[in-house]
Write a protein of this length. Sequence first.
Length: 198
Amino acid sequence: MRLPFAVVVFLGSISGANSQECLARFQEILMDQSDKGAFKTLAEQEIKGGMKSKNYFYQAKSGHWMTEAIEPENMQWTLVHDDVMYSSSDKGATWQKVREMDSAANQAAVNKSLTENAKTARDTICSEETVDGVRYEKVSGTYDTVSGFKATNSHVYWINLDTGWLEKAYYEMNSESFSSKTIQTIEKLDFLELPMPE
């Protein structure tokens, strides 16, 4: 990912207390599952040897979210509301129930997995970066997924220092059979109204 000209000031050091603080900061961001309220994310993904995709992810509140496929255009949209997942093949004009969900159990499993993965975190770097006049806390690091699908993951986060909002993230995943790169641009919203199927 290429960014405009930026001024970078490194905060961490290779060893010592600052290094441990940076590691802890990376783990904190990685494991953060707090309710962020309403937001909109543009996700651009490239799979090695496969397709490129672009979609919007919208969340009105925790447990009420929707994905809108941009590229390829023929991909289905997904909507979750009140512990039920729906899909649409006509760009949200109609919705079909896919299955019921147990959000509490799913969240517990995600939290457990993230906690285990975070224990493998390493090679963390913390810095400040100014892009187009906006100051960011930039935090990067690598970790392994230790259960299920095994992979090595590298993440970079840009948090707006004035608002505390995570505005951009870069994710790279590599395994023996699969590699991908994803860029997310995240916009906080005051209000978002999503479909509510019967």
